[in-house]
Design a protein around this ligand. Structure first.
Ligand code: HEM
Length: 221
């Protein structure tokens, strides 16, 4: 049996925690997409939703949890990558020779992950900590986030950057989603193909959904 100390230092322990934090991030991303779809309904619907969300005191707990998951996910990814490289100095050679199930998505995980890290930092600076216009919906004063978002996407270069980053997101999550199940030892001849299909569908939905929003916002200017 594996002790708790060994669990966290073992490679499988790290992979399972990466899978758990990845699961949380995948859940956040889907709920963020669903909430953002209110942009299609216009300023009042979106601003009111964002107001309700941010005026709930539990938001601070959710944000702390999200940040924690994000940092843990990145730190473990870097540690696992370094350990992997140290254990296999000729990693690429060995990997190509065995050639087990490498896909574009799995081979590019570190690169798409890095793009997402850069994306998140820029995203938070532009939106969460971006321009703060006031508006009133049903007599309640709140932040006009709709205007902040629409103004940002007036620049076509930002739309292109978002679509590029969303492709990275789609690739990263479409591999990450299915590998979560592998890390937890769920490997079944009947269910694994279904998990793989669901994983691909998830990646396509988030990539297209967020990209469509950025393009839509561009044309609201
Ligand atoms: C067209 C695409 C997107 C739009 C229009 C959008 C919009 C927004 C807005 C307006 C906020 C600020 C919310 C506030 O301060 O109340 C926000 C926050 C955030 N967004 Fe996005 N977002 C997009 C894509 C993404 C993607 C793809 C991710 C990550 C996978 C992401 C992650 C986050 C995070 C982590 C926050 C901070 C949440 C918090 O502090 O509570 N966003 N987004």
């Amino acid at each position: 049996m594996i002790g708790s100390h060994n669990y966290f230092t073992s490679s499988i322990g790290k992979k399972q925690i990466m899978a758990l934090t990845g699961f949380g991030l995948v859940g956040f991303t889907l709920s963020h997409l669903l909430g953002n779809l209110l942009i299609f309904l216009g300023p009042d619907a979106f601003n009111f939703y964002a107001y309700k969300l941010t005026s709930n005191p539990l938001i601070y707990v959710a944000e702390a949890g999200l940040l924690g998951m994000f940092l843990l996910h990145i730190c473990l990814a870097v540690i696992l990558k370094l350990q992997n490289m140290a254990a296999r100095p000729h990693g690429y050679y060995v990997k190509n020779r065995t050639g087990r199930g490498e896909t574009i998505a799995s081979a590019t995980m570190p690169y798409t992950g890095l793009i997402l890290l850069v994306f998140i930092i820029i995203h938070l600076l532009n939106f969460k900590f971006g321009s703060n216009y006031p508006t009133t919906v049903d007599g309640v004063q709140m932040r006009d986030l709709y205007r902040t978002v629409v103004e940002y996407f007036a620049n076509p270069l930002y739309v292109v950057w978002y679509v590029f980053a969303m492709l990275a997101l789609g690739l990263h999550t479409s591999h990450g989603f299915q590998s979560m199940f592998q890390s937890w030892g769920i490997n079944h001849s009947k269910y694994t193909p279904i998990i793989q299909a669901a994983s691909l569908a998830y990646g396509v939905v988030v990539a297209f959904g967020f990209s469509a929003l950025a393009i839509f916002c561009h044309f609201q200017n």
